[in-house]
Design a protein around this ligand. Structure first.
Ligand code: FMN
Length: 197
């Protein structure tokens, strides 16, 4: 697949087969993230690649429990009001049960933390599409990135004291019958362009 087609056909997958991603493909996706540009070439993204089912389950449970303790407010409603409401109902699975979750952490004190994480995320999503894998940006660990319960568990998993989560990626095979990600090409709305000639 050429680069422009890969960009045009990349879409989020939110239904995954339970099948594990082969190591060789997973490593290629992670390398695409590691090859992303970073401000001043700092290369401070830290990729925590979670495949262990017990850890995925624990993260799912903790996210649900922590959101369930919160109330929807005018300030948070647009960002994670839906996550709070679904968590209170008790069946919220923020990562869509993908077999892999790649958590992208970076230094909390670094001004380009979110930008660098985002470059890595897009590279990984495009690599996934090129490799016939489905992926979806998952933001909940970022919204909870100062939550003490999540912070403590992520530190147990290897995140450093001075790091916080800025994004994460669910990765796996799409649950569509052919196992391929949805590659429909959509008209873009929004994102205005102003040419100044
Ligand atoms: C910063 C950012 C945060 C996102 N967070 C989530 C998320 O938490 N859960 C989710 O299902 N999709 C999330 N998405 C995916 C967007 O909803 C999706 O990219 C958008 O609706 C366009 O659809 P497409 O990816 O299929 O082209 C996020 C995307 C971005 C760029």
């Amino acid at each position: 697949m050429d680069t422009l087609s890969c960009i045009a056909t990349r879409h989020s997958t939110r239904n995954f087969k339970p099948d594990m991603v082969p190591d060789e493909l997973l490593h290629q996706v992670i390398e695409a993230g590691r090859l992303a540009p970073s401000g001043k070439h700092m290369n401070q993204n830290h990729f925590l690649v979670v495949r262990k089912p017990e850890v995925l389950e624990r993260l799912t449970k903790l996210v649900r429990e922590e959101f369930a303790k919160m109330e929807v407010t005018p300030e948070n409603e647009a960002n994670f009001g839906g996550a709070i409401k679904r968590s209170k109902k008790g069946d919220y699975v923020f990562r869509y049960n993908a077999p892999v979750l790649i958590i992208v952490a970076n230094k909390a004190s670094y001004g380009n933390n979110m930008a660098d994480a985002s470059c890595a995320m897009e590279n990984m999503m495009l690599a996934a599409n090129a490799l016939d894998l489905g992926s979806c940006w998952i933001n909940q660990l970022r919204w909870l990135n100062e939550n003490p319960v999540l912070l403590s568990y992520l530190r147990e998993l290897g995140m450093a004291e001075d790091e916080r989560v800025y994004a994460s990626l669910s990765l796996g095979y799409s649950a569509l019958p052919d196992g391929l990600p949805n590659r429909r090409i959509l008209d873009v709305t929004g994102n205005p362009v102003t040419y100044i000639d």
